[in-house]
Design a protein around this ligand. Sequence first.
Ligand code: 5GP
Ligand code: MG
Ligand code: MG
Length: 201
Amino acid sequence: PAAAAAAAMVSAEAGIDRVLWTEAEVAARVGDVAAELEADLRALPEPAVVVGVATGAFLFLADLVRRVDAPLAVDFVRVESYGQGTESSGKPRITADLKVDVAGKHVVVVEDIVDTGNTLSCLIAHLEKKGASSISVCTFLDKPARRKVNVQLVGDGKFYSGFECPDCFVVGYGLDYAELYRNLPYVGVLKPEMYTKDSGN
Ligand code: 5GP
Ligand code: MG
Ligand code: MG
């Protein structure tokens, strides 16, 4: 354990116990989701607004939109919950708002993972209040086993998902533990000794 922790000081990969989806598997699946999204966005009468949820969605959003040949705007929001460790608190709030006006626009929320659904519900309510005409959700991972709140899409909104995630805490490809491991190009599970008792999500 001490050796693993020491190795993790110089390498993110050294903290990983096992890989769930490799870089190649991620790229292939993101390509499929992008094709689906592209077809839908091309059918819209006007450009959509793609809203990334910082920070976790940054790699997925970047890889996704460069594969979507349709007119679209990109913006980010930050939604934080007061949770500690690997659990979210269930009380998220918007801590950095949009720059783009979404009134009357088709919005596609891009998320890293939908877990309990609390973050997304809060964000969808916020975007609906701003007058978005439709709200779709495009999440890299979906963990349906842990859902507490149903994700209510708005208007003609659709739900796009990359992979169904097993009920375990995953990192990489944007997802963090205590702000680390986001830069891994694949998704994996941490070695148990990498967890400290008071940090994380
Ligand atoms: P929710 O509000 O749906 O419960 O949780 C959403 C947020 O919790 C995600 O955007 C993510 O930041 C965090 N989260 C949930 N499950 C995981 C996980 O397995 N790994 C990581 N790194 N974050 C997670
Ligand atoms: Mg997120
Ligand atoms: Mg996090």
